[in-house]
Design a binder for this molecule. Structure first.
Ligand SMILES: [Zn+2]
Length: 261
């Protein structure tokens, strides 16, 4: 069976996988430079986070900054962590299953940095859509694969158990609140499909618009582009030729006027 951690490791020797420093936001550095603690986090947990950051960052070639909040910290929507792609930053709250959570959020950084088209081709406005979308399934898959390779068996069991519950929520057989997610949050703050170009790192602005608009635009583009292009080129050519002829004509008239009778 394939394993996402091993896949990433083997792609390390593949020329397609080149470290992208995101114009300074993803510079290779050790965990001491990247991880900050907000509030109280016990030494053992923090050591575990640092150790695993070192391994995951090298495996995925992602070096996000991380703020680790104390266990009682509550994020909106019921999330245990959050990845901010525009800052390549992760907020994470101390948790009993912290390794899988760290792996999950760092996988989002990997998706954004190395697969932006897939990362942005995501939209959801309900817990079911959120749990079922590709980037979430991939991040959960990586967390499970990572814990398996590192033999965090208790976290592996938890990942497998929660995956079964998520399937039930996706199939509408279990409520979102049972798995600790807030349905109201997703209705209030739907996540829109965002379009960006492959070279978005060079300060290109990402454009937000709904999937419907993307489809409409692409149809319009396909139908009108060659036609508009041909028309513009023809108009420009006629206009250009007109100006040249007009210029020549003026010179002839001028010369004719200058010729003495
Ligand atoms: Zn996620």
């Amino acid at each position: 069976m394939s394993n996402r951690f091993l896949d990433a490791e083997s792609s390390y020797y593949n020329t397609q996988f080149i470290h992208n420093d995101l114009n300074g936001l993803n510079i290779e550095s050790n965990s001491e430079m990247k991880i900050k603690v907000i509030g109280h986090v016990d030494t053992f947990t923090l050591k575990t986070i640092h150790e695993n950051y070192e391994i995951i960052s090298k495996n995925l070639k992602v070096y996000p900054t991380i703020n680790v909040y104390s266990r009682d910290y509550k994020f909106e929507g019921g999330f245990g962590g959050f990845y901010y792609y525009d800052k390549n930053h992760i907020n994470i709250a101390d948790h009993y299953y912290i390794v899988s959570m760290l792996a999950h959020e760092m996988r989002h950084a990997y998706q954004y940095i190395y697969f932006p088209n897939l990362f942005f081709n995501t939209s959801y406005s309900s817990v079911r859509e959120y749990l079922a979308c590709d980037i979430e399934r991939d991040a959960r898959g990586y967390a499970l694969d990572y814990c398996t390779i590192r033999e965090y068996w208790e976290e592996v069991r938890e990942c497998q158990k929660i995956e079964q519950d998520y399937e039930l929520v996706i199939q509408n057989k279990m409520t979102a609140s049972t798995v600790g997610l807030d349905e109201g949050y997703f209705i209030k703050k739907p996540y829109g499909s965002t379009l960006t170009t492959r070279n978005y790192q060079s300060n290109e602005r990402a454009l937000n618009y709904s999937e419907k608009k993307v489809k409409q635009n692409s149809i319009l583009n396909k139908q009108l582009h060659p036609f508009i292009k041909a028309t513009l080129i023809t108009c420009a050519s006629i206009l250009g030729l007109g100006f040249v002829l007009l210029g020549l004509f003026s010179i002839i008239i001028l010369l004719a006027a200058m010729v003495p009778d």
